[in-house]
Every structure is written in structure tokens, then in C-alpha cells.
Design a protein around this ligand. Sequence first.
Ligand code: ATP
Ligand code: MG
Length: 481
Amino acid sequence: MWGRRKGAVLEDDAEQVPAPMYRAPLPGSRVLAKRPVVWDGQRVGREMLVQGADATQHAEIIAQARSTIAATWRTAPEAVTFHPLGDNLRVLVRIIDSEPWLRSQQQARARLHGVHLWRGPSLDPAAGCIDFSVTTTDTIGRLTIWKPEAGGTHTWGLGSTGAGKTESFAAALQSAVLHPSQLVVPIVFDGQFGASLGEWEGKAALYGEDPRDVEKKLLIVEREMDQRVALLKSQRAKVLDPTPDVPVLLVVVEEAPEYAGYSGIMRVIDRIGRLGRKVLVVVWWLTQMQQASKAFGNAGSALRGQIKAGNVVVFHADSAAAMTGLDGALGQINPALIPKGVGGAHFLFGPMHPSPVLGRAFFNPDSYDTVGDADPFTFAWSEPVLEEAPAPAASGLAASLGLTPAVSPAPVHAPVEVDGCAAAVLAWFGGRRGVEASTGQVVAALTEDKQWSPRSVKGALALLGERSVLAKPGHGKWVLS
Ligand SMILES: Nc1ncnc2c1ncn2[C@@H]1O[C@H](COP(=O)(O)OP(=O)(O)OP(=O)(O)O)[C@@H](O)[C@H]1O
Ligand SMILES: [Mg+2]
């Protein structure tokens, strides 16, 4: 309970406000009320409700008096924290005494250095977030995947080699997708060629390593995204909320700079950055390279801005200078506070933590077994996507005609019956060898000169072994395509 100030004496708290605080934290500001801070039944400090004198003494200005306040109460500056109340005039000042503050710091360090084993899937379907870490304040660091009625939230994870990106996000991914709600489906692209998230091969709805393969699979994701945009429009909605039928598609890109040089990949990632939020296509962009230019390739600052607008998780970085890619966000954290050699220690900020929290991520040393035991994720993509057949070499009939076969020819599947005319057709094709003719001209020649039945032509093609050339009868005409 707040104690009302009565002179310098407070009703529920005999503690006197030291003399400088009558004027403090700034001349003209007033201590409106005060209450003790109690941890584990022990009184460890006090909170004061301070009101500025006028609009010039807003919460930010009051916070500048931190060292004065700390000196007044003989405690560390970090033991003084400020909590604005949103009215731009009043601020809550919490002052923890020196001795309990030091003790709490030791406990915080112990939490940061202790390993926090993964506790199983932790997705909160009502809030769209997962438990990511244990913070130094003994709360849980939570990572937003989507916000109800606001859509998906991207994440950028970065740090030096060995800082804990892979293991921390591997556990986070399990937390999100192994939850029985089935609201999040994994899509994993491992730029470390299976050395990082290889356990997801054959398990994720899509899995890729090689950039060319990743590019192809991203086209499937893009098609799904476009289908969802159409769905949004038809529903006259602004944003989707996940259901098991329309789940969040979580695209985890590990060692992303490996792909940043591929324009086809970056084109789709860039589109996901811009459109994905509304239709629940979410990216986790994990990069070892802190420099923005390398982490996002030619897509550059626009994509970085989109992804950074979500969660940012900074693991230990070799130097503050290497973190220039973080831009303004860097101003909020002190990377030196992330201990070196403690894998998974990080600052996390984003929708759940507007003020960065320091913590250590949950860790699952049995990641391979956990994922191995899970059922593979299947997902009914909006439209079936056919594997692209390799372009056939110009051979047989096409070569004899000097034609290049079409890129995606369909084989002649139907069993072919060869009638007596097939031989004549063959002879005719033979006679045309070397003719410089477009497909259309060949069609014309076929239909004008000879009135062969479709069956005869099909049979002839089959005999030629020209299965890669599609022959389609239409209104008595033949099309070679
Ligand atoms: N959350 C965690 N809790 C405890 N230990 C961790 C955690 N994350 C990582 N580690 C430890 O740190 C080591 C390195 O972590 P990890 O492989 O995730 O680093 P990385 O940042 O992905 O490195 P690289 O960029 O080289 O791939 C792991 O082998 C593990 O022992
Ligand atoms: Mg890694």
C-alpha cells in the first residue's frame, strides 16, 4: 500500500526521506507517496511516486537524476530504476538498498550462468508467444511469434560464433511447433548445411540447405502467402489469426548470410518481410555476421528494418563496433553485459519486452531425439506444386527437326497403339529432317499434307522414343509443344 506523505513521515513506513530528497530528484519535483519494497518477506528498499514540477520535468528528465538519488541512498546507480506511469509527469522511482542489491546481482549472475533445460513445448496460443529464456530478474523472457489480431512477428537473432544462436533457437522452435495446438508449422533452411538444424530434415514441412533448393522451396511458401493474401481480401479482413488449417508458417533461416547473395531467395524473403505479418508467414533470421550489409545482402536496410521491428535477440558479440547493424536498438543495450563463453546468454527485446531483458535461453541437449520422436509435419499447400522436370536434351524427333523441346514437356503417358499409318508418319518425319521450322509450321504441314489419325501420330512419336514431346490433338490439328 502507498503511504501518504505527512511531512517527512510516512504512515506505513517509519523511514524518513533523506533531506536531499525533499528537493530531489530535481528542484521543484515532489515525492507524492512512498512504499517499501519487500523481497521474500525482507524489506530491501522503497518505491517513490515522484511528480515533476511541470511539463519540462517529464519522466525522462527525472531519470537523469539517477546518480544523485543513488548517492543519497548510498546504493549503486543500477539499483535505482525508473518506471514511467504513462502520464508524462509522474514516475515511479525504485531504490534498492546496496546490500540486497548486490545479493540480487549475484543471484542474477548465477541464473545467467546456470543451464536452464528445455521444459517442453511452451507456446501460449492465447498470446502467440513462447518461453525463450530465464532472465536475470527471474522472470521468463518471452518471444512473440504472432499477436492476436495483429499478425505474425519476425525475429532477428545475431551474435558471434559459439554464442548460442543455434541451440537457443532450436529449443525455441521446438517450443513453438511441438505444441499440441498445431498452430505453428516449421520450415527450416539450414545455411550450415545440416550442421545446425539437420534434425529437421524429413520432419519440417519444408527443409533445405542448398541455395538452389531453398529458392525452389521458398517459391512454394510464396505461393501459399499469395493464396493467403487472396483469402484475406475475400474475407474483407486485415490480418489472419492462426488455426490448425491456416497455421503460422515459421520460416527459420539459419546462417542467413549464406543465402543473402541469392537474389531469388532474397526477393521472396523481402516479400515475406513486407507481407508475411498479415498472413502469418514469419521469419526467424539467424546470422553470425552482425554487419547489416552482410546479414541482409542487397535487400539491405529495408528488410532489416522489417525484421528488426519484431523481436531482436543479441547473443554475445565480439565487439560493440561489430553491432552497428543494430542501429538505434543498440543504444538500449550494453553488449558487454552479455558474458562471453556462456552459450545462450542474450539480450531479448521486442513486443513482449520493450525494455531489453538479459537472460539465458532454454537449452535442449536432446534436440535430435526430441525432433526425431516427433511426427513429420505435413501441410496441405494451397495448390499442388509440381516438381520441375529437367529440360530434356534435344534428341530424337526434336533434334531431327532442329527444334528445341519446350521447357516443361509432359510425357506421352497413354499407352499407344501403333497402326499401319505409323510407318508412314515416321517416314514423313524422316523426310523433314533438318527443316528449320517453328512448331506452328510443323503443325500446319502435318495437318495440311497428311490426314493421319491422332493415334497414328502418337504411335509414331512413341516409336521415335520422343516421349518428351507432347502431342495434343485439337480440332483435327496437331500441336507439338
Ligand atoms: N541456451 C543455451 N544454454 C546452455 N548452453 C548453450 C545454450 N546455447 C548454446 N549453448 C552452448 O554453447 C555452444 C555453442 O552454441 P551454438 O552452437 O548454438 O552457437 P552458435 O551461436 O550457433 O554458433 P555458430 O555461429 O558458430 O553456429 C553449444 O554447443 C552449447 O554447449
Ligand atoms: Mg550456429
